[in-house]
Design a protein around this ligand. Structure first.
Ligand SMILES: Nc1ncnc2c1ncn2[C@@H]1O[C@H](COP(=O)(O)OP(=O)(O)OP(=O)(O)O)[C@@H](O)[C@H]1O
Ligand SMILES: [Mg+2]
Length: 251
């Protein structure tokens, strides 16, 4: 579904990503881990089109998408959530999701009259709310939701665009134990219909969800493989002990 190779991004002299490779298909969660500043968000930003790569290839279903605009990539079926939230806080859950569905709607929808145009967007919004397990909260103003529910809404916003690929950048950031557990359950369920690239620091969640793991350090892929391969990789253990002691994988 998504095939990344030789992907690089340089900010002046800083090599934020160097020759990164990664692939993911529907039914799979590919988790990217690494210390702060390793280049994980930069990678997600290139996959979503928010940043243009310096060089390299990103193929979606065999089609090159590297360097396309975010709205183009979104219409091709790549949805993302942001490390910092992207919600309209004074709007309801349903309005937020409807706007997300509409803003990235295919051009064909412009043939509908303005009144009709709301219908498919509303249907997509309602479906996204159910998928994100926010049923019953459609008419709540977003700012009145708990932190965990706002992160679920963030997921709903990306689901409202009907993505096949989901890019999730630290969806558990700032969550308590109970909220984290709910989010892990939710992401696990989304796997069956999506190809998921997940950036996460919470190692319990990482190992609960990962089908494939890629470890990034200083813009490069240090190791990639099954959770067991990564857990037992001495280089990975050394990198984590060196850079982020308390975040080392449980071994
Ligand atoms: N727009 C930018 N301009 C210049 N440098 C940037 C830009 N975005 C990121 N960087 C730098 O690139 C490097 C990688 O940053 P990035 O945000 O991708 O790391 P990260 O792995 O997501 O870290 P964290 O775990 O803290 O979120 C860092 O040194 C960062 O300062
Ligand atoms: Mg980041």
């Amino acid at each position: 579904m998504l095939e990344v190779s030789q992907l690089s991004k340089h900010f002046g002299g800083l090599r934020a990503n160097s020759n990164v490779a990664l692939s993911v298909r529907v039914g799979q969660i590919h988790v990217v881990i690494g210390p702060n500043g390793a280049g994980k968000s930069t990678l997600i930003n290139m996959l979503s089109g928010d940043l243009a790569p310096s060089s390299g290839s990103i193929k979606l279903d065999g089609r090159e998408i590297a360097g396309l605009r975010p709205d183009e990539i979104s219409r091709m079926g790549v949805g993302r959530s942001y490390q910092k939230t992207n919600i309209f806080s004074s709007f309801t859950v349903l309005e937020n999701c409807r706007l997300a569905a509409q803003s990235r709607a295919p051009h064909a929808w412009r043939l509908f009259t303005p009144a009709d145009r709301h219908e498919p967007a509303l249907a997509l919004a309602r479906h996204a709310i159910t998928q994100a397990e926010l049923d019953g909260r459609e008419h709540r103003i977003a700012s009145t939701l708990s932190h965990g529910e706002q992160r679920q809404l963030e997921i709903a916003l990306s689901l409202a665009t009907s993505p096949r690929v989901l890019l999730l950048d630290e969806p558990l950031a700032g969550m308590g134990a109970e909220e984290s557990q709910r989010m892990v359950g939710l992401i696990g369920k989304l796997r069956s219909e999506h190809a998921i690239v997940l950036v996460e620091h919470d190692m319990e969640a990482v190992f609960a969800l990962a089908d494939v793991l890629t470890v990034m350090v200083e813009g490069q892929v240090l190791a990639s493989g099954s959770p067991t391969e990564i857990r037992t990789n001495p280089q990975v253990q050394a990198a984590y002990l060196g850079h982020a002691g308390e975040e080392q994988p449980h071994v």
